[in-house]
Design a protein around this ligand. Structure first.
Ligand code: UDP
Length: 365
């Protein structure tokens, strides 16, 4: 019998397992997939660390979390500065003076602010009620139309006025010439990939791959005293209140016989008529100099059973449904829910680590 059955070998499960194993607890980690590391999984192809489930760039302002991950990997000094392509126009992201200067042929913050104010003067937006109003209020009509609307509607499969405002507030808005996509104090990519971090975190636990939770628990109901569940909370409860919505992503990955395909790790395609949202060129996360390159086109899709869930769709309807599952979870004090799917939150990696450390801390008391 184990102290903890940890369902999901992703970041939440791995950090929790590490913390508990370090305190002498017996942990069994299972995963449906045949590899560890969940969606941060990276795999070496042509000497390049490929982010198999989408680009993961570590960034945080939480010093403890930064010091924690640095115990398991050395991070390089990569700074994310995506480029956005709209038709034959090219802009820097996030929205900053480089973007505005290119968009309007201006130079000063005052000019940019004046143009934005003019573009939204007649809209009368008060407290933004949705992503569209939030975006217009922040950056005006031109930037919204060219760099936000098409990308967001492809990414989420819903009109911007039906999406929550917080999603667009993930991106910094600056009236300085600064293309750093994040405002966080610390940022980088783990040299050697993310899978190696998960391996180290899981070193003190038993790991069984290709194992389905429901099947295991049917066979061995007494396998552990407590369960940590990082899968979909609605699935755990048999979708008893109905299914939560998620977005999935399909990747078209190819190795190309060229050294440098797009000159940047992340290029977003913000027009609605391009079917993918972005192209990732993995080698640039590690300043790679290999003779070949590997690129991934990302196609966003609504999640359905059998696909991989990536993003919770945190609109009012789903949040209300999630609250019902959360209430239901209180009837299962033997289960700790964690991660993006267990907590139905659009967590970044640092927040996942923080939540896992807190959950482990609460267990120890
Ligand atoms: N976004 C956008 N245009 C872009 C990039 C992002 O409108 O070129 C919006 C879009 O709504 C997206 C959100 O900003 O869902 C958050 O972007 P982020 O890069 O944080 O998304 P992730 O990398 O988590 O998919």
């Amino acid at each position: 019998m184990y102290d903890y059955l940890i369902v999901g070998a992703g970041l939440f499960g791995a950090v929790f397992a590490h913390e508990m194993a370090a305190r002498g607890k017996r942990c069994l980690v299972i995963d449906r997939r045949n590899h560890i590391a969940g969606n941060i999984y990276t795999k070496e192809v042509e000497g390049i660390q490929v982010h198999e489930y989408g680009a993961h760039i570590f960034h945080t302002s939480d010093r403890e979390v930064w010091e924690y991950v640095n115990r398991f990997a050395e991070f390089n000094n990569y700074v994310n500065s995506p480029v956005a392509v709209y038709g034959d126009e090219l802009y820097n992201l996030p929205f900053n003076m480089n973007t505005f200067s290119k968009m309007w042929g201006i130079r000063t913050p005052a000019e940019a602010q004046r143009i934005i104010a003019e573009q939204i003067a007649d809209l009368g937006i008060g407290e933004p009620r949705n992503l569209e109003e939030q975006a217009l209020k922040l950056v005006g009509r031109d930037v919204y139309e060219k760099l936000i609307k098409g990308y967001t509607e492809k990414q989420w499969g819903r009109p911007c006025h039906e999406l929550p405002a917080f999603i667009i507030k993930r991106l910094p808005l600056r009236f300085r010439y600064d293309n750093n996509y994040f405002n966080d104090r610390y940022q980088g990519i783990p040299m050697g990939g993310y899978t190696a971090i998960a391996e180290k975190l899981l070193a003190g636990a038993d790991v069984r791959l290709g194992v389905d939770y429901a099947e295991l628990i049917a066979k061995e109901p007494e396998i552990a005293k407590k369960t940590v569940y990082t899968g979909q909370i609605d699935e755990f409860f048999g979708y008893c209140f109905g299914a939560l919505e998620y977005r999935s992503v399909r990747f078209e990955t190819e190795a190309l016989d060229c050294e440098n395909y797009q000159g940047n790790a992340v290029v977003n395609y913000t027009a609605a008529d391009v079917p993918y949202t972005r192209i990732i060129e993995h080698k640039h996360f590690e300043f790679g100099t290999q003779p070949k390159t590997v690129i991934s086109r990302e196609y966003s899709a609504e999640w359905s059973v059998g696909a991989e869930p990536y993003y919770p769709v945190n609109n009012e309807k789903n949040n209300a449904l999630y609250e019902r599952y959360r209430e239901r979870a209180k009837t299962r004090p033997d289960v700790i829910f964690g991660g993006r799917l267990g907590l139905y939150r659009y967590f970044d990696m640092d927040k996942v680590i923080r939540a896992a450390l807190d959950a482990a801390g609460a267990e120890i008391g």
